[in-house]
Design a binder for this molecule. Structure first.
Ligand SMILES: O=C([C@H](O)CO)[C@H](O)[C@H](O)COP(=O)(O)O
Length: 429
């Protein structure tokens, strides 16, 4: 049996960056280089030509994701130097058949991508009958964000075909051994390599992990554990980017500089400094929760102070967000407890008992429901709707990882404008 193949997916938009990263990946042990779909859309067949000419010993895969005009797309990729052309497995049979005919004519191979195919096992069998050379069990990047698992898909198709199967979709050093153990012959890796600050090192580690297959036993953590772990790693800015600038509260000041809060919201509505409900919410909160309070009608009195903060600390509350005023600021600063407020104010409110705990509230201009996730740091406070928390956390991690590579390129001497190729991407009117 031949040694399994590590295919590195160059899902970038700039050809010069793709060439540099490809070189580093090859040094780390990448076998095949994929001209990713974003790169093909951005740079066209020039990307295929340049990659082939820079890496003549590597197989070059053109990830065309062809859905129509199979013969034309396969011909142009083949003539540009591709060895393998990817077509969408969900395309009509006529597209697949034409792609296969063109591939035979121009001496290249066809990989059929099962992304978004609803009956993958059955379709894989049909694709094999239609003559494709490889099946790609692929979970797309947007699907990965919602938690779809690429190795589940691999296991559905692996015993259905006799042609080699590739596994793709969020594969990392941790999951690559599972892909090989499940029978994948090709492991396709994009983000875990191309966003790394050490591309060669990451490639090498994945290559080594592939040499020690271990059966896949499913995700190690619950979704909630994963959300918490990711939000503790990323920043509120990363989350804001992941949410396309939605979710950020306006005017929130961090009381204790350098603190961060991550957790699920316990919401409190109160009025004009009435501190009964905010303080009762401490008894409702579990360890790791964030108490989010609306008191925006009264900044002349503070519904929160040092004693409530001590009580929170004792209970393991992760943080306090107040759309309103806070007092005892000197004492709270010494406690280094994560609190965000609109303003500071020495006047105390009264415990009258109006308002409620656990209803939808407005805080810093954002709607917050119980169970929504909060991430707060020096840049501000962002609320993540609980129904999208897993997806947003994963997207924020993509942002975080993308910045790791950009930081590395800045360290090597490029300006930010060069790395981002700003002039090229300015919006044309
Ligand atoms: O094909 C891909 C995707 O659709 C974007 O073009 C990726 O190359 C593939 O998913 C591998 O990348 P990761 O999922 O980031 O490992």
């Amino acid at each position: 049996m031949n040694r399994p193949v590590l295919q590195v997916a160059l899902d970038l938009v700039e050809l010069d960056r793709a060439l540099t990263i490809a070189g580093e990946a090859v040094n780390g042990g990448a076998d095949w280089l994929e001209v990713g779909t974003p790169l093909i859309k951005s740079e066209g067949m020039r990307a295929v030509r340049m990659l082939k000419s820079a890496f003549p010993d590597q197989k070059i895969i053109a990830d065309m994701k062809t859905a129509d005009t199979g013969a034309i797309e396969v011909e142009m990729a083949a003539k540009s130097g591709a060895d393998i052309v990817c077509v969408l497995g969900a395309s009509d049979d006529s597209v697949i058949a034409e792609s296969v005919r063109a591939a035979r004519k121009y001496g290249v191979r066809i990989m059929a991508d099962l992304i978004s195919v609803h009956n993958p096992a059955e379709r894989a069998e049909e694709l094999e009958r239609l003559g494709v050379d490889y099946i790609c069990a692929h979970t797309g990047i947007d699907q990965q964000m919602t938690g779809t698992d690429s190795l589940d898909l691999l296991m559905k198709v692996i015993n259905k075909v006799s042609i080699p199967v590739a596994a793709a979709g969020g594969i990392s050093e941790k999951t690559a051994p599972g892909a090989i153990a499940s029978g994948a012959f090709i492991v396709i890796v994009g983000g875990s390599i191309i966003r790394s600050s050490d591309v060669s090192g990451s490639t090498r580690r994945i290559r080594e992990a592939m040499n020690q297959p271990v059966p896949y036993t499913g995700p190690e953590k619950t979704r909630e554990e994963e959300i918490l772990e990711i939000l503790n790693m990323v920043s509120s800015s990363n989350v804001s980017d992941a949410m396309h600038r939605k979710g950020s509260m306006v005017g929130m000041i961090s009381v204790c500089s350098g603190t961060k809060a991550v957790g699920k919201a316990i919401t409190v509505q109160t009025f004009a400094g009435d501190w009964a409900k905010p303080v009762e919410a401490i008894d409702r909160a579990g360890a790791g929760d964030v108490i989010v309070i609306n008191n925006d009608q009264g900044t002349f009195v503070a519904p929160w102070g040092e004693l409530a903060t001590i009580s929170c600390q004792n209970r393991g509350v992760a943080g306090i967000i107040i759309d309103g005023a806070v007092r005892d600021v000197d004492d709270i600063k010494k406690m280094h407890f994560p609190i965000w407020a609109k303003t500071f104010q020495p006047n105390a409110g009264e415990p009258k008992g109006f308002g409620e705990i656990g209803s939808e509230i407005s805080c810093g201009g954002q709607s917050v429901s119980p169970g929504d996730w909060i991430i707060a740091d020096e840049s501000g406070v962002v609320v993540i709707p609980r129904t999208r928390a897993y997806e947003i956390a994963r997207r924020a991690r993509e942002v975080y990882n993308t910045e790791l590579r950009i930081r590395e390129e800045l360290r090597r001497g490029k300006t930010l404008s060069q790395v981002m190729n700003l002039l090229r991407w300015e919006k044309k009117q």
